[in-house]
Design a protein around this ligand. Structure first.
Ligand SMILES: Cc1cc2nc3c(=O)[nH]c(=O)nc-3n(C[C@H](O)[C@H](O)[C@H](O)COP(=O)(O)OP(=O)(O)OC[C@H]3O[C@@H](n4cnc5c(N)ncnc54)[C@H](O)[C@@H]3O)c2cc1C
Length: 346
């Protein structure tokens, strides 16, 4: 945080974050994962009315052939956000206010996020991802712009306007993004897609504030096989050549220190997205393990059969279990939800 940030604001806040995500459903978790994997400091606050918990069984979310219960999906989404480097906190956001910025230093502006239980936190950017709630945003813009009134059964109801934000989540309030409510929030997968789009926009905007220009700031979050790197692309100079050609006519002088700084960061990021075969296998194993941890053991036995599971276990562990010493039989203590690596980019 800049020293110029209003002292009153920092004094009132328990922490200053790059991004606060309000809501840990499909929209919020997707946004949080994209932002954290790009190195932003992200906290997700999650409590209150959830659309997802009302689903009896989710049968149209890709990747789950027989559907998935929402408890398991929520658990997986939350674990993924934490593994990407986010803090996930069970607390209700009650208010979001803006602090004053120095006129010539807009980056000193913060949102002050008020919580039901914890102390308030400040953040440069806030992503709203709460399908049923927008009340905590009241006051950031005119009520007429943010809320719409409906007549239902003779009674008047006020709702957050689903069209208040653009498709990339940006709003008339600088630094405020809305992933949900939105026109995408009626299905879980479209809500997640919208969250991802908003997360990417937040990353691009943070970079632009840091001196990047739009064409350089809009990247992809891919993990690629090192084997796909042609020989010439293993040479950093080849990337420099490519970047210089790509951005020669851009808004920033190619001979400037700013251009060189952004080029270094962009090339570092591109190169770090390649993994070798060992790393690919390690990530695949970690992925299976993280899924397996959340499966009902009886379902695993049922799916694989006892022979396959016994074959996969150490004979010594089986012998110890059979002898009555079942403590930690078959289990190791690896924690696949451990600290993220490389700012969560895996
Ligand atoms: C009965 C029912 C059945 C459904 N069945 C399906 C289905 O089968 N398939 C499908 O694709 N979709 C289904 N949906 C829709 C699906 O639930 C939504 O599309 C999806 O959950 C939207 O995701 P979201 O992240 O936008 O919101 P939510 O899932 O509502 O997540 C928002 C999160 O924000 C938290 N939150 C809210 N307010 C605050 C606050 N002030 N501070 C902090 N946290 C807050 C909530 O606790 C929640 O965890 C169903 C919906 C309902 C109601």
């Amino acid at each position: 945080m800049s020293d110029a940030v209003d002292r009153d604001v920092t004094d009132r806040a328990a922490a200053d974050r790059d991004v606060v995500v309000v809501g840990g459903g499909p929209a919020g978790c997707a946004a949080a994962v994209f932002a954290a994997r790009a190195g932003l400091d992200v906290v997700v606050f999650d409590r209150g009315r959830s659309s997802l918990v009302r689903c009896a069984h989710l049968e149209n979310y890709p990747g789950f052939p027989a559907g998935i219960d929402v408890g398991t999906l929520s658990d997986l989404m939350r674990a993924q956000a934490e593994r990407a480097g986010c803090a996930v906190v069970e607390d209700l956001v009650e208010s979001v206010e803006r602090s004053e910025a120095d006129a010539d230093e807009p980056e000193t502006e913060r949102f002050i996020v008020g919580l039901q239980e914890g102390e308030s936190v400040t953040a440069r950017r806030v992503i709203a991802a709460t399908r049923y709630d927008g009340e905590y945003l009241r006051g950031l813009d005119d009520d007429d712009a943010m809320f719409e009134v409906h007549d239902h059964g003779g009674e008047t109801h006020e709702h957050f306007d689903r069209e208040y934000a653009d498709r990339d989540g940006t709003t008339p309030v600088e630094g405020l993004y809305v992933a949900s409510p939105s026109e995408a929030d009626r299905q879980a997968i479209t809500a997640a897609g919208r969250g991802a789009r908003v997360g990417k926009k937040v990353v691009a905007d943070a970079r632009i504030e840091d001196g990047w220009w739009p064409a350089a700031a809009e990247g992809v979050d891919w993990v690629r096989r090192e084997a796909e790197l042609d020989d010439e692309w293993t040479d950093r100079d080849r990337w420099v050549e490519w970047f210089d050609a790509e951005h020669a006519d851009g808004p920033v002088d190619p001979d400037s220190e700013r251009f060189a700084r952004v080029r270094e960061a962009a090339i570092d990021e591109a190169l770090s997205s390649y993994v070798d075969a060992d790393e690919e296998a390690a990530r695949a194993a970690a992925g299976h393990r993280a899924l397996a941890e959340r499966l009902d053991p009886e379902a695993v036995v049922d799916a694989h059969g006892t022979d396959a599971l016994l074959d996969a276990m150490d004979d010594e562990v089986i012998a110890a279990y059979a002898a009555g010493d079942g403590s930690n039989a078959g289990g190791d203590t690896d924690d696949t939800d451990a600290e993220p690596v490389d700012g969560g980019r895996r």
